[in-house]
Design a binder for this molecule. Structure first.
Ligand code: BEZ
Length: 249
């Protein structure tokens, strides 16, 4: 099941994605002379922050809608998949990625590609969902989908590894892992709350449902989650867990 994106919803409901990315940008520590690839650049908001370091930055993304949004921000954004990067060998000093790698289906193909496009000694610095990411949200949505007979979401689940397993995977591809850490990051959601989050970030799951089931599935998932993720004043917090790493080729 492919995820689809709506850049306007993303801008309204997902601004925290680039807003909270300061830590991984610090780990990258981009230099003005560097050629950097932003893997899964999305709407280009964070890519723009990379560009402002003075580095020469190119983004790649599989979503035509997000690419259009990135290009409208002046980003050099190319269409391509993480498993088949449209760049020559040894093109970059660093590959950077935020909140994208957990969507990649073929992790080994992606890591081979990242290694291929990096120069020797180049850096791969990224943050993604890690083990336990959005656990409550996933369980609630799965329970409601199962109740409606749509429990079999083969191919629809993202990948949220532990630091140990991802470090081993990086090492199998010849990377030297410099730092890797798993951090719970409870994330306050904007006023659109859990409904806005589900409609923005789980579009793939909802697109697979008949139109008449979408609203009841959203409402029942929100109702299941309210006791654990909504506070007494009605504010929602999503149970994000981040895996951040810096590795060298
Ligand atoms: C994440 O960034 O962890 C994420 C966002 C939306 C859906 C799934 C995971």
């Amino acid at each position: 099941m492919e995820q689809t994106w709506n850049p306007l919803d993303y801008e309204k409901n997902g601004a925290f994605v680039h807003g909270l990315a300061g830590g991984v940008l610090e780990w990258l520590d981009a230099k003005p002379s560097e050629q950097i690839l932003d893997l899964g650049c999305g709407d280009g908001q964070l890519t723009g922050r990379l560009v402002s370091t003075g580095a020469s930055v190119v983004g790649v993304d599989a979503s035509p809608e997000m690419l259009a949004a990135a290009r409208s921000r002046g980003i050099d954004a190319r269409e391509g998949s993480a498993e088949a990067l449209p760049f020559a060998d040894c093109s970059f000093n660093a590959v950077f990625s935020n909140a994208a790698l957990h969507w990649v289906r073929e992790q080994d193909a992606m890591l081979a590609e990242v290694r291929r496009v990096l120069r020797p000694g180049g850096r791969f610095v990224a943050e993604m969902g890690g083990h336990g990411n959005i656990a409550a949200i996933r369980v609630a949505l799965a329970a409601v989908l199962a109740r409606y007979g749509y429990g079999d979401r083969k191919g629809g689940e993202n990948y949220y590894p532990t630091p140990a397993s991802y470090a081993r995977r990086l090492e199998r591809h010849g990377f030297k892992v410099e730092r890797i850490a798993l951090t719970p990051r409870p994330t306050p959601l904007p006023a659109s709350g859990m409904e806005g989050w589900l409609r923005t970030f789980c579009r793939g799951a909802f697109d697979a449902l008949p139109e008449e089931l979408r609203q009841p599935v959203v409402e029942e998932t929100v109702a299941l989650l309210a006791p654990v993720l909504r506070d007494e004043e009605g504010n929602w917090t999503a149970d994000y867990v981040r895996l951040r790493f810096a590795a060298t080729a």
